[in-house]
Design a protein around this ligand. Structure first.
Ligand SMILES: O=C(O)c1ccccc1NCC(=O)[C@H](O)[C@H](O)COP(=O)(O)O
Length: 275
């Protein structure tokens, strides 16, 4: 049987993490916690009564589509996002398949901090080991991604607890109704529904509507912050997503491919409506 790209990503991630642990042991990361920047709340940034918030992604490449941006400048891109209304910024840190880096996360944090932007940063990667949560925290992440489909319940629970224990928040990503049940059992406060099937890469926006059906009703204080992820091209879909109770969208490809990044970020961020 041939390994899918997702299998290859997971296999390589394990090698990468083990190699990294030899370079910088976890104990060393733990020592750095005292001087790491204080995390900002992703949840607060995303739940706005009058609009759908934008998490804009710093995405140079993807395993399904290859390189999007040849002249890729992560700090410049993040500045464009922050200055044009993005509520939060997702930074892909996977090296091999997305051409991302933890160094980008650190430099974006420092750059935005210098400019006075407090936009929360999400470490977007395939996280399965506590080591990666410490790495995220000392590199300036305010939140991390946990993909339910790649974790057993015990690991999911442990990583979730560690994340909040370190002062960060987790975007808990699901793609199916079963995964949503597991995210709800975790009492996840921020749930992302990925419209992209990570096995076939096919994208269907209706996944958000279908998979969110079991959440508490819109307006119920128990309802988690709901993020629709992937496959969002323009602001024309925002009214529909609003009807489905979506609080935020996570967008990468359509922003980095837009001829004018700033204009596209503004178009996706400025969608005020009556609360
Ligand atoms: O983007 C991919 O092709 C991909 C392939 C395999 C695993 C994950 C993948 N993407 C990660 C993401 O979740 C997206 O980067 C993110 O949701 C933004 O999606 P888009 O707006 O469609 O770039």
């Amino acid at each position: 049987m041939t390994a899918t790209i997702l299998d290859q990503i997971f296999a390589h991630k394990r090698t990468e993490v083990e190699r990294q642990k030899l370079k910088i042991p976890q104990a060393k990361l733990e020592q750095q916690l005292g001087t790491a920047p204080k995390p900002r709340s992703l949840r607060q940034a995303l739940r706005q009564p009058d609009r759908i918030s934008l998490i804009a992604e710093v995405k140079k490449a993807s395993p399904s589509k290859g390189v999007f941006l040849e002249n890729f400048n992560p700090t410049e891109l993040a500045e464009t996002y922050a200055s044009n209304g993005a509520a939060a910024i997702s930074v892909l840190t996977d090296v091999r398949f997305f051409q991302g880096s933890l160094i980008y996360l650190r430099s974006i944090h420092e750059h935005l901090d210098k400019l006075g932007y407090a936009t929360p940063l999400l470490r977007k990667d395939f996280l399965y080991d506590p080591y990666q949560i410490y790495e995220a925290r000392v590199s300036g992440a305010d939140a991390i991604l946990l993909i339910v489909g790649m974790l057993d319940d015990q690991t999911l629970h442990e990583l979730y607890q560690l994340t909040y224990g370190l002062g960060m928040e987790a975007l808990v990503e699901v793609h199916t109704e079963d995964e949503m049940t597991r995210a709800q059992a975790l009492q996840a406060q921020i749930i992302g529904i990925n419209n992209r099937d990570l096995h076939s890469f096919s994208v269907d926006l209706a996944t958000t509507q279908r998979v969110s059906a079991s959440l508490p009703a819109i307006g119920d204080p128990q309802r988690p912050v709901l993020v629709a992820e992937s496959g969002i091209h323009g602001p024309e879909v925002l009214p529909t997503l609003r009807e489905w109770g979506v609080d935020a969208i996570l967008v990468g490809e359509s922003i980095v491919l837009a001829p004018d990044h700033a204009a596209h970020v503004r178009a996706l961020s400025q969608n005020e409506h009556r609360a």
